[in-house]
Ligand binder design. Structure first.
Ligand code: SAM
Length: 241
């Protein structure tokens, strides 16, 4: 029987890490849709202490440093992603391997102004754990900005038995590696996104359905049309109460 404590996407992202690091920034879904969308919502970070949770190969970490964040810490469950994020960001940025479903016990209470998490919470079933920890490490009034799959796009993609609730799903990803990789995931309804956020002590400050940037229309008209018609991701902003 599968170990319920084992992060569901660990093996998949170990297999995907190098391909993801090489290709995500020029992939329609990431580089031309979710990446610009979450950066727009994050906004100015000059002088802020920031935590990047589920940092992958460190693209967002790199951009936060370049945008003037004062201190940045990052982590990801995949050791290979952590290596790639360290290579990209250098030794001054502490980046460690850790599971966001477990206590973030190396991080002090009230030590960050901003927690960001780009497309990583999708792989955790019980959000009370990461959201509780994000709240603990945020300073009072601090901001959480995270992106997840949009329930509509995700429902049409995974076709779980019902659109209500949280459902384990799998997809075969072909674009980052030569051999397809099975990626486990959780489909999550809108209620299951907002409810845990409010229960964890956050106030909802913004919901943004992402759209691709206009330049994608020239590069990949079919994907531009698809992602402009059905929202694939959403970016949520919340304030620590
Ligand atoms: C789609 S990638 C996004 C990476 C990065 N945030 C970006 O925007 O490029 C999802 C990331 O979430 C990480 N992840 C999955 N489950 C996790 C968990 N339980 N704790 C921490 N990171 C996790 C994966 O290893 C992977 O790097």
């Amino acid at each position: 029987m599968a170990d319920p404590d084992r992060p569901i996407a660990l093996e998949a992202y170990e297999a995907l890490a190098d391909g993801y690091a090489a290709k995500a920034e020029t992939k329609a879904e990431n580089g031309y849709n979710e990446h610009p969308a979450i950066r727009r919502v994050i906004g100015a970070v000059t002088g802020l202490d920031v935590l990047d949770a589920g940092c992958g190969p460190g693209f967002l970490t790199r951009d936060l440093i370049a945008a003037g964040a004062s201190r940045i810490a990052a982590f990801d469950v995949s050791p290979r992603m952590v290596e790639l994020a360290r290579e990209r960001n250098g030794p001054e940025t502490p980046i460690i391997a850790a599971d966001m479903a477990k206590p973030l016990d190396w991080l002090a209470d009230a030590s960050f102004d901003l927690v960001v998490s780009s497309l990583a919470l999708d792989y955790v079933r019980d959000w009370s754990k990461p959201l509780g920890e994000f709240r603990r490490v945020l300073k009072p009034g601090g901001r959480l900005v995270f992106s997840v799959q949009h329930p509509l796009g995700s429902y049409l993609w995974f076709r779980p038995e019902t659109a209500f609730g949280v459902h384990y799903c799998e997809a075969s990803w072909r674009s980052f590696t030569e051999e397809p990789v099975i990626v486990p995931d959780y489909y999550r309804s809108f209620e299951e996104i907002v409810g845990p956020l409010l229960s964890a002590g956050f106030a909802l400050a913004g919901v943004h359905e992402t759209r691709p940037v206009p330049e994608l229309e020239q590069i990949d008209p079919e994907k531009y049309r698809r992602h402009s018609t059905i929202p694939t991701f959403m970016v949520i902003e919340a304030l620590r109460q």
